[in-house]
Design a protein. Structure first.
Length: 238
């Protein structure tokens, strides 16, 4: 708006607009593709472009343009206004731009280190999501009945076979003792075996498991100790 008012057709205005357009094109060329992370080299180049823009455009070009506009508003002619503005800005820039560039270089280094740290964390998160998805797929394609129990024998996870083949609604078994899937008349026996499994004295349980409709399903259950969500757990495969 300032240029349009004071030098609407002059070369400085055209050069100024082209400087902005070139800067935008250069930054746009550094934009990563959708879904991709910026490489360290791209981040470094982006920060360099911003640093150059700060020091040369803001501190020199924009300050010169402002002084020209102020001089014209004060009644000077275009030639003398431009010459005086350039001389004054050049004299200031020798003392101003060097320390600003040094300050920005330090800021760029710190920013780059932070960006690299964040990028590494995001990549780690992406790998963890992929691993979790792979595990979930594997876990739910096993045709045997799989139960994950905590250290107290409470069900914390079951696979799809338990839900679909035994008829339990999703989530109804979670938080319940594993005795809930054994016949009531054999709870004492099952309780003793589960305690022995947790204690590491046995890994085998011959007691049938119950479908949601009360049918007893003859199975052989093997159990191994491990960890689930960072806590001790028991994995039973029937």
């Amino acid at each position: 708006a300032i240029w349009a008012r004071w030098l609407p057709d002059g070369p400085p205005a055209a050069a100024h607009r082209e400087g902005h357009a070139k800067f935008s094109r250069e930054l746009e060329s550094l934009r990563p593709a959708p879904g991709e992370f910026a490489s360290p080299r791209t981040v470094e180049r982006t920060l360099a472009q911003l640093g150059e823009w700060l020091s040369t455009h803001f501190l020199e070009t924009d300050r010169t343009a402002a002084r020209i506009a102020l001089a014209l508003r004060g009644g000077q002619g275009p030639g003398s206004a431009r010459t005086a503005a350039i001389q004054l800005t050049h004299a200031e820039s020798q003392a101003l731009i060097a320390p600003v560039r040094a300050m920005y270089a330090k800021l760029c280094a710190n920013t780059l280190a932070l960006v690299l740290e964040v990028t590494a964390a995001r990549r780690t998160e992406a790998r963890l999501r992929d691993s979790e998805e792979n595990f979930r797929t594997f876990f739910d394609t096993i045709e045997d009945y799989v139960f994950v129990l905590d250290a107290q024998g409470t069900i914390v996870r079951v696979n799809r076979a338990v839900v679909e083949r035994l008829g339990y609604a999703p989530g109804t078994l979670l938080g319940r003792p594993v005795l809930a899937v054994h016949p009531p008349e054999r709870h004492d026996e099952a309780r003793a075996i589960i305690a022995a499994m947790i204690g590491g004295d046995t890994s085998h349980c011959p007691i049938p498991i119950l479908a949601a409709d009360g049918r007893q399903i003859p199975v052989e259950t093997r159990a191994v100790k491990g960890r689930w969500n960072g806590a001790p757990a028991m994995f039973g495969v029937s």
